[in-house]
Design a protein around this ligand. Structure first.
Ligand code: HDD
Length: 783
């Protein structure tokens, strides 16, 4: 489509009355036209897939510079070329014999550099300070025009650029990625009707019902005020004190203590808008909506011991994971869905649909998956994109609106407000934040304004537009502007809650009942860890008493572990477990339709004397299946195979890491290739530890030929292993062993082959994420 055609198309779809069309010749319209043209050009570029279908990327190109100074001269901020010596030495007095005297204040180059450095930091986000972002797009697959007139949710020919920022909530900017916490899942859709932000989490409910409690919640959860301890942790007295005093938090605590609190990857989390929004269709009918994102790779978590260790071993684990996957050609993908309740059904549920501490059970309100979110491009610069991106729940586009959800309404104020502290009043002009569609109004000036708006007037209406009112009501309503839904509101001002907001336990119990045995075990362990870190008896006793309101067995198991009050010691009658379950709450149900090992990290442990044919073929097979195999050796250098001569060109495999710089925690599985190297590896404590730790963290372990003896040394008698001369593949608790490879190496390493081949069994185990049966049968505690 040419620029002209596109412009016409834009005009015709906007339905602007002819009288207003004429006015396009005036100043305002001329500006608009130019912006429209720019958009059209960007739009044309979007169709060009070489630009990654991302109008946002196209729109910020003009602001990008190449930071690699090699190709350019270095200058001051005001463009004057710097002398070569400027980066090394401040201007100073040097006497005739070369002795240094004092530095000179007159060095404006030195002063500029230090001055800029002194002011590099901006306030970090008051919550969600640590995050990672990526660009991508949203593709609508099925129109939702029955419920909304939002272009982004009705026009299936559109590809809408997005920027997504994932985050932890509690830790500061430099904290670790893998702490137990809720994860932020904030999506900015750069739609043709303006920016639309879904500022969600990986958990569908929240701690509190009313925004006015948010500062207390966050004060209690963040490091304690006297000593600023602990960092990025909920395991402390204040967190639990506040949340137990607020029974409305009970449901959220169950989710946060489940494996959802320690995701394996941002790419393997669900995303939820959490709050109740509204949709309005072309006929003006309104309904209530919740937004969902379901990951293509399934929902997977770390195990707690592993998460704790990664916090120290690689605090950037999630940040690097996102980048590694995108750069390796495995874009992160989610199905996008909506749950819709019509206005007439608003009161039909036992819970209040405006209460953010409640889910809408999918048995009652199915999710309608209508689109796909894809992240396929890493950020260019962390600060100007991931740090400066500013999300606002109040940013919605025509066809999407707010509900009376009291958490949402407070959020609508808070996000807008906080950006001023972080970024200044012109935060919406920053490249990452500005829309890709035309935008213009009479908001002007303020610190750091950098957009230049030409024209004689900065008010509206003005003489260039004609005298007010410029439009009839009919004309005005024909403009596809944002329109508030004409909701009727009658009532008495008071600080009260609706009755259904007062029920706090049913869904917490529903969640508990819906968990698998392994998930229940993890929840018990998580509560036990957290409450053991609370040394105030009142706190852990109250928490144990609260658990009895959810389920007595849960309360007993935790109380026993943390020395808390047992359910039978509590006075008064407790709630009975209602016994109801939902089929949509366990994360175990969210597994990929087809088993996949895409983007899974597999460590291949070798030393001099490994079987090269095996290692080469295994690496190739894993790579072909989308996994990320990395070779780990005694040191980072060439490691030589059986029969190879050290130092000979073409011999050896380069080890990506050595046994001590990377730990088993950073991989999804470990593979032990055959070869005479197994003899030296058996006496390497680090390698034996690697195998034991992988086993304890429920990870698949594969061993072939002579390396089976490594498994035997580390794990007998907990597992069975193949005999060294046997051709039969043994899978014992996800420890997959074979004495020798039958049918040739290629067949044995064919991932598609399935159960009979060694690699088929190993890869299947990886696709299942973890070998849960080890933990269920108590083997983990024995390594
Ligand atoms: Fe919030 C940031 C998610 C309740 C006030 N929040 C923030 C971010 C996410 C959420 C993902 C990070 C955005 C980014 O990456 O920049 N917040 C939620 C969810 C909530 C929620 C899912 C419950 C449904 N938040 C909430 C309340 C308030 C806030 C009730 C205040 C009344 N949130 C903020 C904030 C932050 C924020 C202080 C910090 C930085 C920012 O907004 O931009 O305004």
């Amino acid at each position: 489509m040419s620029t002209g055609q596109r412009h016409n198309a834009l005009s015709s779809t906007t339905n602007i009355p002819r009288r207003l069309e004429k006015k396009k010749r005036n100043t305002m319209s001329a500006v608009m036209e130019k912006v429209h043209d720019k958009l059209s050009q960007a739009g044309d570029a979007i169709q060009d897939s070489s630009l990654l279908s991302n109008a946002k990327v196209a729109s910020i190109k003009a602001d990008m510079v190449d930071g690699h100074a090699k190709s350019q001269k270095m200058t001051t901020d005001f463009g004057v070329t710097l002398p070569e010596t400027a980066s090394n030495a401040w201007l100073r007095v040097v006497d005739g014999e070369g002795r240094q005297g004092p530095m000179l204040l007159e060095d404006s180059i030195g002063r500029e550099k230090i001055h800029r450095f002194d002011h590099e930091r901006i306030p970090e986000r008051v919550v969600h300070a640590r995050g990672a972002g990526a660009f991508g797009y949203f593709k609508l697959k099925e129109s939702a025009e029955d419920v909304t007139h939002a272009n982004v949710l009705t026009n299936t020919s559109l590809t809408t650029p997005v920027f997504v920022r994932f985050s932890t909530v509690l830790g500061s900017r430099g904290s670790a990625d893998t702490v137990r916490d809720v994860r932020g899942f904030a999506v900015k859709f750069y739609t043709q009707e303006g920016n639309w932000d879904i500022v969600g989490n990986d958990i569908p409910v929240f701690f509190i019902q009313d925004a006015i409690k948010f500062p207390d919640l966050i004060h209690a959860a963040k490091p304690e005020p006297d000593n600023e301890v602990p960092q990025g942790q909920s395991a402390h007295n204040n967190f639990w004190d506040f949340n137990i005093l607020h029974s409305e938090a009970t449901h959220m605590l169950m989710w946060a203590m489940s494996d959802r609190g320690i995701p394996r990857s941002y790419r393997m989390m669900q995303g939820f808008g959490v709050n109740t929004f509204t949709l309005t269709n072309a006929a003006g009918e309104r309904s209530f909506v919740k937004f969902h994102f379901k990951p293509e790779l399934g929902v997977h978590s770390l195990v707690w011991d592993e998460a704790l260790k990664i916090s120290g071993q690689d605090p950037d684990f999630h940040r690097k994971d996102l980048e590694e996957a995108i750069k390796n050609g495995a874009p992160a993908k989610w199905d996008f869905g909506i749950q819709v309740i019509s206005e007439s059904q608003q009161d039909a549920f036992e819970f209040d649909i405006l209460d953010a501490t409640k889910i809408w059970p999918e048995e009652l309100v199915p999710v309608r998956y209508i689109g796909e979110l894809v992240l396929d491009r890493c950020v260019d610069e962390y600060f100007s994109q991931t740090e400066q991106v500013a999300f606002c729940t109040s940013h919605v586009v025509p066809g999407i609106g707010f509900s009376d959800d009291p958490l949402l309404q407070g959020r609508n104020f808070s996000y807008f407000d906080t950006q001023i502290t972080r970024l200044g009043i012109n935060w919406q002009e920053l490249p990452i934040n500005r829309p890709v569609c035309p935008y213009l109004n009479m908001n002007r000036d303020g610190a750091m304004r950098h957009r230049i708006t030409k024209g004689k007037v900065n008010y509206w209406p003005n003489r260039f537009e004609g005298t007010a009112p410029v439009r009839t009501a009919e004309e005005a309503s024909a403009i596809p502007a944002y329109k508030e839904y004409p909701q009727q509101v009658v009532g008495i001002k008071q600080r009260l809650q609706a009755p259904k907001f007062k029920e706090h336990f049913n869904q917490a119990t529903l969640f508990w009942n819906s968990m698998t045995a392994i998930e229940k075990l993890h929840i018990i362990k998580a509560f036990s860890f957290e409450l053991s870190h609370c040394d105030d008896e009142a706190v852990f006793n109250n928490a144990c008493a609260r658990l009895a309101d959810i389920d007595v067995e849960l309360a007993k198991a935790v109380a026993e572990k943390v020395g808390g009050v047992m359910p039978d010691q509590l006075s008064g009658s407790r709630r009975q477990n209602h016994g109801k379950k939902s089929a949509f709450l366990s994360q175990m149900v969210f597994i990929p339709k087809e088993p996949t090992i895409k983007s899974r990290r597999v460590a291949i442990l070798i030393a001099d004397g490994y079987d090269k044919a095996f290692v080469t073929a295994a690496k190739a097979a894993l790579t072909a299946a989308g996994a990320v195999p990395l070779v780990i050796g005694p040191k980072r250098s060439y490691i030589y195979a059986e029969g190879e001569t050290r130092g000979t060109k073409g011999h050896g495999v380069w080890a990506d890491h050595h046994f001590e710089d990377q730990r088993s925690t950073l991989f999804d599985a470990v593979l032990l290739p055959p070869g005479s190297h197994a003899t030296s590896l058996t006496t390497n404590g680090r390698v034996i530890h690697w195998i034991k730790e992988s086993f304890g963290h429920l990870k698949p372990i594969g061993a072939v030929g002579s390396s089976v003896k490594l498994v035997k040394k580390a794990l007998l008698p907990l597992v069975e292993a193949a005999d060294e001369d046997s051709r039969e593949v043994v899978d014992s608790y996800g420890v997959v062993t074979v004495g020798g490879l039958d049918g040739g190496i290629t067949e044995a390493l064919n991932i598609v082959k399935g159960a009979k081949s060694f690699m088929g069994s190993f890869a299947y185990r990886i696709s299942m994420h973890r070998c849960w049966e080890r933990e269920l049968e108590g083997l983990v505690d024995q390594v």
